[in-house]
Design a protein around this ligand. Structure first.
Ligand code: ADP
Ligand code: MG
Ligand code: MG
Length: 892
């Protein structure tokens, strides 16, 4: 018999936190908390396999599930002393969804299930509070109708607004029992009118309706989108938890709330959360009433005059504090908790690892090491390398005067500037067109996720720190100001009204997600400082990693930035970029258009001092760290004008006939430049170019060595080698120049000559090429192009289609194709090292900054990765995680 149902409650449970794969995160942690003896209402969890079954069997449930669920409910009845459907002491249930990883707000919970026209009377009678019973019933009808019967919740919200106005009430909590009973009647009428059948009165019908709805919601578009964005496989399915209700809406001694054991924005070790008195479930996050702070300290901080939980329910608060400490110690991580207080008694309803900003993640990891809770290596493993991007966000320069037009909650840190858009669709379109926008909404909902992803920043006028906008923005690492109550969105006229200003669509604003301020226009920003916890974690990462991290830098600016991010050398300096600058392109064109070698040498003599000074500066900045310089790589026509107009302009500047220039441009034209006259093929056709570059490199090395006193070891990289003979030819030329320069200078310079592996042939013949090459650097951008036979510049026409159709999962230009390109890298590394065991191996393609690809490089035993300056911290951390991971594999 298949075990579909696992029960928990009363100090025991059938599963544990380790069973999240089949109990879902929520069910697994409820079981764990129950086993720990914490106050958890009893319940049962239907395993995720039942969801799989449901979809494999035409949306039907397994036959033996029913009896198992009913047995589970019997156990709940025994613990609570109530009966499901009982008309004197009714047991009410919540039906909750829970996947392996949390999918916030993606699936709907039904509360107060089991209420009908009879049990509502009994519930009121039991509690001695009819208002509470009718409040629960109207909530149930509204949720059930929305989630299970598919009636828009707006319908009910409208009825309630009308009736509240009629009764002269402002808050939901002002309504009396009779008034709620009246509203409930109206709700039922609407349902019967629109569906032609009455609201189900049989609790068992209600139960199976709700369970089916949870499984069905696994495939709703919101859930599908979320899974897609977070790479969660559809096969995982969701579990369903059915749990006895506890009531936060039982008057002024009852409450419901959510809390983090540490501050999720800053990481500060202080309980942080919100609650509402006399409320249930979603009220806290729905933004209908403004929630109150849990602690007195937080209340004072926020300047709120509404009392804290600490003040109004000191005993429940104290117990909650103890439970927080216990759970943190137990899970060894910051927890995100949901709780309800029923007439002074605390109940725990959910625990999970709390989502946090990168800044908070770092502080928490570093603090927990200091507290002796986790090790340094665990701390390193706790930070998602890609999330470091968040820290690299600019902040507003504190010295500039701020033109503040509104303020809200600092919901997700970092500052962002962009033009106002009011809908998610517009944000998506703008992002596609490369425009930067701020998405401005009253509040966001899961339907807005695409737009939130596309925006630079998010501004809402309603909602708290745990509102949808705040939670999602923090997860995405996008700056967000939430609940800017001093501002107003006028959707109909597409206006944002702030303090003293009214701005239309397209107006530029800046939001500061760290302070909550909204500013007019574009504001000067500062680059982030990477000290404190960041520096500490990086130091631990550096201790743990094996590979070194270099940078791809062509300019002094890049090289300096990379150094400040901790780069340990340059893995790729593309010399051609130096030729595009200022008037150099002019000289370059002279060289290319020269009739013969003599003419070319005249132009090259002019380029030599320019290159030399560039290299000298780079060597000086890197101060003795390795610098890999690649000889000229792109085909020469890339330096020539293209359109007729440009040709005319260049011709006249050069004192040359336009027609002649046009002919020369035509002659250099290639059908397939990616596979054309480029790389080492240029050095072989025009050795004088490579000679000039080698001379510039060696003269610069001499100059830098004299200037800084640090030994400079240039690594000269010959691109696009496929044949050993190609490398032999170019290397001979480089060696000759080296000798000449050293004799002239009277100084010995050590240097290496190596090649970029970017052709499958080179990878396969690595053992032969290694006879000449002293290092290999895997140029994975081109190696991916040449392995797949796909041009990177044209790939966007079909790669997305491939991904949509499931032909490939990842764009191979973003995340390395381990199976194909990776295999070539392994072959080349292995064969190269067979010939030359101490050969240095690195990667310099875009993949050098991609965490998954860095893990591959660790496993292929490369010596270093090289990436763009801003990705250096990401690469340092990824390399450390890869090293720790592979060390763990060896240990076990
Ligand atoms: P989500 O996955 O969106 O967090 P939950 O299943 O946690 O949904 O339910 C949302 C809220 O409903 C909870 O935070 C809690 O306030 C309320 N809730 C859920 N189960 C119960 C219960 N057994 N008793 C009282 N309230 C509950
Ligand atoms: Mg929850
Ligand atoms: Mg290349």
């Amino acid at each position: 018999m298949t075990k579909w149902v696992y029960t928990f409650g009363d100090g025991a449970a059938e599963g544990s936190a380790a069973d999240r794969n089949f109990l879902g995160g929520k069910g697994a942690n409820l079981a764990e908390m129950a086993s720990l003896g914490l106050p958890v209402p009893p319940g049962l969890t239907i395993v995720t396999d039942a969801c799989t079954f449901y979809y494999q069997n035409g949306r039907s449930l397994p036959d033996d599930l029913k009896a198992q669920v009913l047995d589970g409910i019997k156990a709940m009845e025994a613990v609570t002393g109530r009966g499901f459907g009982d008309t004197s002491l009714p047991l009410l249930l919540s039906v909750r969804s829970g996947a392996r990883t949390s999918m916030p707000g993606m699936m709907d919970t039904v509360l107060n299930l089991g209420l009908n026209d009879q049990t509502v009377e009994a519930l009121g009678h039991n509690a001695g509070d009819a208002r509470f019973a009718w409040d629960s019933y109207r909530r149930f009808i509204q949720m059930y109708a929305d989630v299970v019967m598919g009636i828009d919740h707006e319908v009910f919200a409208e009825i309630l607004e009308d009736e509240k106005a009629r009764f002269g009430h402002e808050l939901d909590t002002d309504l009396s029992a009779v008034e709620w009973q009246h509203v409930t009647g109206l709700y039922k009428e609407v349902i019967e009118e629109s569906l032609g059948e009455p609201f189900p009165q049989d609790p068992h019908v209600q139960l199976w309706g709700a369970i089916g709805a949870v499984f069905a919601s696994w495939m709703n578009p919101r859930a599908v989108t979320y899974r897609h964005l977070h790479a969660i496989p559809a096969e995982w399915g969701t579990a369903v938890t059915v749990q006895a209700m506890v009531f936060g809406n039982l008057g002024s001694t009852s409450a419901t709330g959510v809390a983090f054991t540490r501050n999720p924005s800053t990481g500060e070790k202080a309980l942080y959360g919100e609650f509402l008195v006399n409320a249930q479930g979603e009220d806290v996050v729905a933004g209908i009433r403004t929630p109150q702070s849990i602690t007195e300290a937080a209340r004072i901080d926020s300047g709120s005059d509404k009392p804290s939980l600490e003040k109004v329910m000191p005993e429940a608060f104290a117990e909650f504090g103890r439970i927080c400490d216990r759970l943190e110690a137990h899970y060894r991580d910051m927890q995100d908790l949901e709780f309800t207080i029923e007439r002074g008694k605390l109940w725990m309803l959910q625990a999970r690892s709390g989502k946090r900003t990168t800044k908070a993640a770092m502080k928490i990891a570093v603090d927990m090491v200091a507290e002796g809770v986790i090790t340094q290596e665990e701390a390193v493993l706790r930070i998602d390398p890609s999330s470091l991007d968040q820290l690299l966000h600019p902040t507003i320069d504190p010295k500039v005067e701020r033109h503040i037009i509104g303020s809200g909650l600092p919901a997700s840190p970092g500052a962002a500037t962009g033009a106002i858009v009011f809908t998610a669709e517009e944000a998506v379109i703008a992002a596609e067109e490369g425009r930067k926008v701020i998405l401005v909404r009253v509040e966001t909902s899961p339907e807005d996720i695409h737009g939130m992803h596309a925006a630079e920043g998010i501004l809402t006028t309603r909602g708290g720190m745990t509102s949808h906008a705040a939670v999602v923005a923090r997860g995405m690492g996008i700056p967000c100001v939430a609940g800017a109550g001093t501002m107003r969105v006028d959707l109909r006229n597409e206006l944002l009204v702030g303090m003293g200003v009214t701005l239309g669509k397209g107006a530029v604003i800046t939001i500061d997600g760290s302070s909550g301020q909204v500013l007019k226009g574009e504001v000067p920003m500062l680059q982030p400082e990477l000290s404190g916890d960041f520096a500490q974690l990086m130091q631990w990462a550096d201790k743990a990693r094996r590979m070194t991290v270099r940078t791809n830098a062509d300019t002094p600016v890049d090289a300096r930035a990379a150094r400040s991010f901790g780069a340990e050398g340059i893995g790729l300096c593309r010399t051609e970029h130096m030729f595009f600058e200022g008037d150099r392109i002019q000289v370059m064109r002279e060289m290319i258009l020269a009739e013969d070698e003599a003419g070319r040498r005249v132009a090259l003599d002019k380029l030599l001092p320019m290159q030399r000074s560039d290299f000298t500066e780079l060597f000086a900045i890197m101060h003795g760290l390795p610098v890999t310089i690649r000889l000229l790589d792109p085909p020469l026509h890339e330096f020539l004008p293209k359109t007729e107009e440009e040709i005319a302009e260049v011709a006249s500047a050069m004192g040359m006939e336009a027609q002649l220039l046009s002919q020369r441009v035509d002659a250099l034209h290639e059908f397939n430049p990616m596979l054309g006259h480029r790389g080492c093929r240029l050095a072989i056709s025009y050795p004088e170019i490579a000679e000039m570059q080698a001379r510039a490199i060696f003269e610069a090395a001499v100059a830098a060595a004299r200037e800084t006193g640090a030994a400079v070891v240039p690594e000269i990289m010959v691109p696009l080698v496929g044949l050993k003979a190609e490398l032999d030819y170019v290397k001979a030329l480089i060696d000759k120049v080296a000798k000449a320069v050293m004799t002239e200078a009277g100084l010995d310079i050590s240097y290496l000559v190596g090649t970029m592996i970017e052709l499958p042939r080179a990878a396969l013949r690595a053992h032969v090429i290694a006879e000449a090459a002293e290092f290999f650097s895997f140029g994975t951008n081109d190696l991916t192009q040449t392995t797949f036979g796909i041009s990177r510049d044209d790939a966007s026409a079909f790669i997305p289609t491939y991904q949509r159709k499931g032909i490939i999962e990842q764009d191979p230009f973003i995340s390395l194709d381990f199976d194909g390109v990776g295999e070539l890298i392994r072959i080349a590394a292995e064969r190269g090292r067979k010939t030359r065991p101490d050969m240095k191996l690195g990667i310099c393609g875009e993949h050098g900054g991609d965490p998954a690809s860095i893990h591959f490089c660790e496993s292929a035993n490369l010596d270093y990765v090289s990436c763009s300056p801003f990705r250096v911290p990401i690469a340092r951390l990824s390399a450390a995680q890869a090293a720790i991971g592979s060390a763990a594999k060896v240990d076990h």
